[in-house]
Ligand binder design. Sequence first.
Ligand code: KG4
Ligand code: ZN
Length: 358
Amino acid sequence: MIILGIESSCDDTGAAIVTDKKEILGEALQSQEEHKQYGGVVPEIAARAHLEHVDDIISICLQRAHISLNELDAVAASAGPGLIGGVVVGVMTAKALSLALNKPFVAVNHLEAHALCARISNDVQFPYLLLLVSGGHCQILVVKNVGEYERLGTTIDDAAGEAFDKVAKMLGLGYPGGPMIEKMAAIGDDSRFALPRPLIGSGDCNLSFSGLKTAVRKIIESYTADGIVEHAILPKQDVADICACFQMTATDCLVRKLERAIKYFKQKYPDGQDLVVSGGVASNTYLRNHLKELAAKHDLDFAAPPIRFCTDNGVMVAWAGLERFRLGYTNDLDFKPRPRWPLDETAPKAPGAGGVKA
Ligand code: KG4
Ligand code: ZN
């Protein structure tokens, strides 16, 4: 079984071809540089860039895989949630291929692509406990099966990656912020500033990063005469110390909420064996190491996609498409791309019956 997957929901245009034997036959990815100067993704620019690159990315992917379009069994695309202009580009391309080749179309939920991604490179069985941390989402979930999720907690304000990006922006570290914060944190002192851990005593698995970000803002403001963050000039070591404190505190918030989630998971799903992290922030080695320790402490196996598959890419979309397709879940060509699409609305109606309807 061979599937092409297309990703275009944010600022990465990706395509990949995977098989049910977990082989990645070919992949191609174009990360848009256009947004760097704006300190965040500009939706209109992203949509145009996807349109410009998507055909080439698919051609390169096919060349690398040494297969022709006719050898595909189905075509999948990220159909939401995401920036709708970009999502439409990937979905329209996939639908056009599906129609021309007379092969099924699979609408993939972008969050489900992150959620299932660890299964291509690791032996992760359902059910598993998942921390999904990306630029737009931050959730703790039980992945019970393809299309079956129990959400234990979510951020009530910023996503984890969003907090990394906003802190990086305040420190003048550029976009995306996560990798730069991680780099600076490695040479910083994580005990220098005490930062708050919002919602830590809330008695549930929900998270909040907004107060943490504001606390960082206050520290940076103290370096200015006029209180304008953009005017702050910080010595490099101070930037590194702020990054280290922020990364440590954000990680601690995630770990402590996961600790609570693990207790619930072990009780309700005694067969579950894995703690998995995915999404762009899962590229963070400091976070991965702490989650590895947490898993070991609770006698769980730890799994994460290889770092290059944590941020958006075509492989995760192709793989999620394959996981759905091999269960018989496909979608009609009138499927409408969804800017918002919660994971608990990914349950297929019935195998082979047209899948999820928008
Ligand atoms: O999954 P992703 O590529 O896009 C979304 O679906 O949102 O995640 C992008 C996010 C950005 O916020 C970026 O700053 C964050 O992942 N990120 C990181 C790291 N690498 C990327 N955050 C922390 N540490 C990293 N090394
Ligand atoms: Zn993503």
